[in-house]
Design a protein around this ligand. Sequence first.
Ligand code: F6R
Length: 631
Amino acid sequence: MCGIVGYVGERGAQDLIYKGLARLEYRGYDSAGIAALKKEGEAFTTKVIKAPGKLKELKQYWGQIDFPSTYAIGHTRWATHGEANQVNAHPHRAESITLVHNGIIENHHEIREQLLKQGVKLHSETDSELFGHLVLAERKKGLGLLEAVRLAFSQIHGASAFVVMDEKLPGTMVVARNGSPLVVGLGKGENFVASDVPAILDSTRTIYYLEDNELAEITKQAVKVIDRNGKTVSFRTVEIDWDLDSIDKQGYPHYMLKEILEQPRALSDTLSAWLDLAHGKFRLDSAVHSKRSSGDAKIIRHEDLIEAFSKATMVNIVACGTAAHAGFYGAQILEKWAKIPTRAELASEFRYREPVLRNTDVGLVVSQSGETADTLAAVKLMKQNGMKVFAICNVRDSSIPRECDAVFYTNAGIEVGVASTKAFTTQMALFSVLAGALSSAKGEISADQEKVWVECLGHLPEVTRHYLEDYSSVQKIAQKYATKKGFLFLGRGVYFPVALEGALKLKEIAYVHAEGYSAGELKHGPIAMVEPDMLVLAIAPQGEGLLHSKSVSNIEEVKARKGTLLSLGAEKDAQLQKISETYLKVPSLSFPDLLPILATLPLQLFSYYMAVEKGTEVDQPRNLAKSVTVE
Ligand code: F6R
């Protein structure tokens, strides 16, 4: 969380920083700030502008930094310590030192007390400001900036990334990274630093991904990298070979709506890499390995992946939020079809609960951004236990893919809306591919079954496109139920993760109370909440089978207690339709375990229109950020 950009070169720094920050606003939008160096006579002074709220709020102060400068740093904040006001916004200053920070200084209490005892005057409530004073103290001992930052860095605990400048040393930035992402961009007569590549991709494609516990001294001519002990690191850059997707709203009122309606394309781009439609076969030869140290991306063979997963004593799926819901779905279908013991859990729990991990187990993490701190920590934990770890990820070359043995990229395209939509359905689609490939390789399904499954996946983008044609009809339904007191999403089996996801989406963008439950759990507590003012959203689009009839019985129990029922069901499910006040038809599929993907779509639209009804900030809901790089 928090986005950082720094520039040193020959061009107007302020505009470059502003444009870079605009590409990083997904990392936080509580406040923003820019510091630029101004030449006044022979000396340089630092001018800082900052404002609470979105990046555009900075424009009202632009006049204060509207001077020629070729050296500046900027920040967009997701508040951790101290409320989101102007004082707590970055950059922070300590006399000649100015810095921006992403992360958390865990021992900030001790450092604050120590500084206050020394008589240091602090201005903000942030942990970040403290670091400036630690650097300043080292500078006052006569040390160079790089050495001063290195020594200050050794005094703090926790995941952090810093960019530091000192007006007494114009033209030199020092950056440090441990646990929070930071990339150095190398140009001709200019250099950059940023939390993420898109911030600087318009200016350079030559990137060095700083490793944990590395620092760099950056001037316009040179970049020097050292480790925590001060030893010079010879580093290898990579050339970025991908382009930024269009991040235009294309006429839609919100990115979220655009991204919901983009799912047919996202599914098609994702699935085309993994299906041999001509032969009705799954193929896993599009997974890549992209280690930052080697700079090489190489293809992993289908057979190697099959072997790694088939031999696994356990597949541990680990993720956060929406990605975890995709993982809960993935665990069900991997175990059911490929007969591989699989468990799925939340990364924030997994990393601290001391799980028993064997080197014969396999890890599979899921992440849209590839930066989520808890998921990244889970990867490292599994690697430390000698496990092979794979990722399903959307953002190329982000931190998680670079730590994993191979990556299954989702190809959903850039997801701008904070609420994840197309990432979720493409993650589920990839789990389906993996389950299909493994069950086929292990002989758990026949060639005919594989063909049906592959063809069904192949048609999925088209079915989705058709299903979304009437998307605006969901708006009336959202309007009808917008004032309900609470929302209970019910689903069983593969629809349980969809229920969890439906509730999460509604909470995060419409700010209403919503719960996702397994329908089978209803009478173990939540049924007490059922009353006419509670909308129960029942997800049961598979019109037959034992689990379906059990689900319908659970839904009948809601009806018997005068709950208001909105159901997602099969076109011909007369029974479910009869008991529901509102009924949304879900088309049938020849491979029914893909129905959760279709069932997700009306729920995304329902949340979206509920949020529109409530007038919330749909694309940037309060208190959230797109990339959660702190735990
Ligand atoms: C919800 C949402 C979050 C993310 C979670 C994990 O709409 O977007 O719950 O799913 O923060 O993020 P990634 O997938 O980037 O690891």
